[in-house]
Design a protein around this ligand. Structure first.
Ligand code: ADP
Ligand code: MG
Length: 448
């Protein structure tokens, strides 16, 4: 039954070695809009991304909703057009392919989508759905295509009698199996799995992940696994890339990153996973505010508006942690208010449990600084900013605070630094020699 694949498994191992580069991503940017005269600033969904995908590996891609994971995956498939940079697949720059070449190349790469309901055509039988890519590419004869579809049904754990059924007759897990069968139809080498199990019941998730794992071994597949559930990544990925606001903040082997995250954003993401053994409980890092708009990302480090590890100006290195946090909260409130890219509705949200929209600025300050023992120079700058806000000059208020409390994190984009061995990089100013590193900062400051 699986003979179609046995042929190809032999080919797949000829001249290839696990670990060699399959996809090279270099300076990749994918922006939406911003090219018309009235369209305003573009959405920088993917903004200067560099990494490799190695043959035979499962590379996880994680990050909060809206950080650009799907756009990155779709750009690798050429379903979105890159704004800049290139993607080399097996040495060929695919961002320049078109027409027949593009169609031919497409056979090598496929995508599995999060929601099997919307990705499967409800008016087609399961057999027709799986056969569709074979028809589009004029694969062999109609007879061979039918055989191929039957083989694929078996490969993904479905039965022959499912051929003539419709998607609505299937459970979520079965539908995802159909999506996987369709993705495998043309014998691809590389699959982008865009949150393939997040729409499924927990009990079904493991079965689908096991299936993907078996298929990878059997057919020598390479996966980019997009996930927001970190436990999925921990269990099935070899390496992981952590994304925030269009950028890869850290990338490296899963074990190393989970044991000892180097980047502040990775630290924050991982600290949100409950620890099974309470005696091992790490301090929880709560992120304040919301990610800035990708239309208007921060000028320095993209994470700087929310980073609990942000480098302070020298003058305030020893400032009480709670006062520093109050300053940061105040700044975040002003940033949210000034974010013209957000609708009024979006702006009305809770920030640290407080509703800030209708709140008078004096109240915000009162709430943030409360009865903290605030040094007079801090207080003076905050008061100055409050005055500007009261005169409706948000920009000067923000500038005043930036001049006093800003640091390299807001001024310069961090470079990628090698951290903990040759196979890991992280983008953060804290990796520079002159600054205290993330772990040391975590030990010496109050995160409660
Ligand atoms: P993720 O998959 O991480 O949730 P996406 O790649 O879907 O993120 O989206 C990244 C950003 O790009 C978001 O701000 C989103 O609103 C925006 N975006 C996604 N698709 C489009 C589109 N077709 N047009 C305009 N903006 C888009
Ligand atoms: Mg997505």
């Amino acid at each position: 039954m699986t003979t179609l694949y046995q042929e190809r498994r032999e080919d797949a191992t000829v001249g290839t070695q696990t670990g060699e580069t399959l996809v090279e991503i270099d300076g990749l940017k994918t922006y939406y809009g911003g090219d018309g005269m009235f369209s305003g600033k573009p959405v920088k969904a993917v903004d200067d991304v560099n990494f490799d995908v190695r043959r035979g590996e499962t590379l996880g891609l994680v990050g909060e909703s809206g950080c650009g994971k799907s756009t990155l995956g779709r750009t690798l498939m050429q379903l979105e057009t890159a704004t800049a940079g290139d993607v080399r697949y097996d040495g060929t720059d695919i961002t320049t392919l078109s027409g027949k070449e593009l169609k031919e190349w497409r056979q090598n790469v496929q995508m599995v989508f999060q929601d099997p309901d919307s990705s499967l055509n409800t008016r087609m039988t399961v057999g027709e759905i799986i056969m569709e890519p074979l028809n589009v590419h004029g694969w062999k004869t109609p007879q061979k295509r039918r055989e191929r579809v039957r083989a694929l049904l078996e490969i993904v754990g479905l039965a022959e009698e499912h051929y003539y059924r419709y998607p609505f007759q299937f459970s979520g897990g079965q539908k995802q199996r159909v999506g996987i069968a369709r993705a495998l139809a043309l014998e691809p080498d590389f699959l982008v799995l865009d949150e393939p199990v997040s729409a499924l019941d927990v009990s079904v998730q493991a079965k689908i992940l096991n299936l993907l794992d078996d298929l990878q071994d059997e057919f020598g597949l390479t996966y980019l696994m997009i996930a927001h559930d970190l436990s999925v990544v921990e269990h099935i990925c070899d390496r992981v890339a952590v994304m925030y606001l269009g950028k890869i903040m850290e990338i490296g082997p899963v074990d190393a990153i989970f044991d000892d995250p180097a980047n502040p954003y990775t630290n924050s993401l991982l600290s949100a996973i409950p620890e099974p053994d309470p005696s091992q409980e790490k301090s929880r890092i709560t992120l304040r505010g919301t990610p800035p708009s990708p239309r208007d990302p921060p000028a320095g480090c993209v994470f700087s508006t929310r980073c609990p590890f942000k480098i302070r100006p020298e003058k305030y290195e020893d400032l009480d942690d709670d006062v520093w946090e109050a300053v940061e909260v105040f700044r975040e409130v002003l940033r949210e208010r000034s974010d013209v890219t957000k609708s009024a509705g979006e702006r009305v949200r809770e920030l640290l449990g407080m509703e800030t929209k209708g709140m008078d600025v004096e109240e915000v300050v009162e709430d943030a600084f409360g009865d903290l023992n605030t040094p007079s120079d801090v207080r003076q700058t905050v008061d100055e900013a409050v005055e500007y806000v009261e005169r409706d000059d948000l920009e000067s208020a923000q500038e005043t605070l930036r001049d006093e409390f800003g640091s390299v994190c807001e001024g310069e984009q961090p470079e990628q630094h090698q951290v903990g061995g040759t196979d890991r990089v992280s983008r953060c100013h804290r990796h520079r020699e002159e600054y205290m590193d993330t772990q040391e900062y975590l030990r010496t400051h109050d995160f409660s």
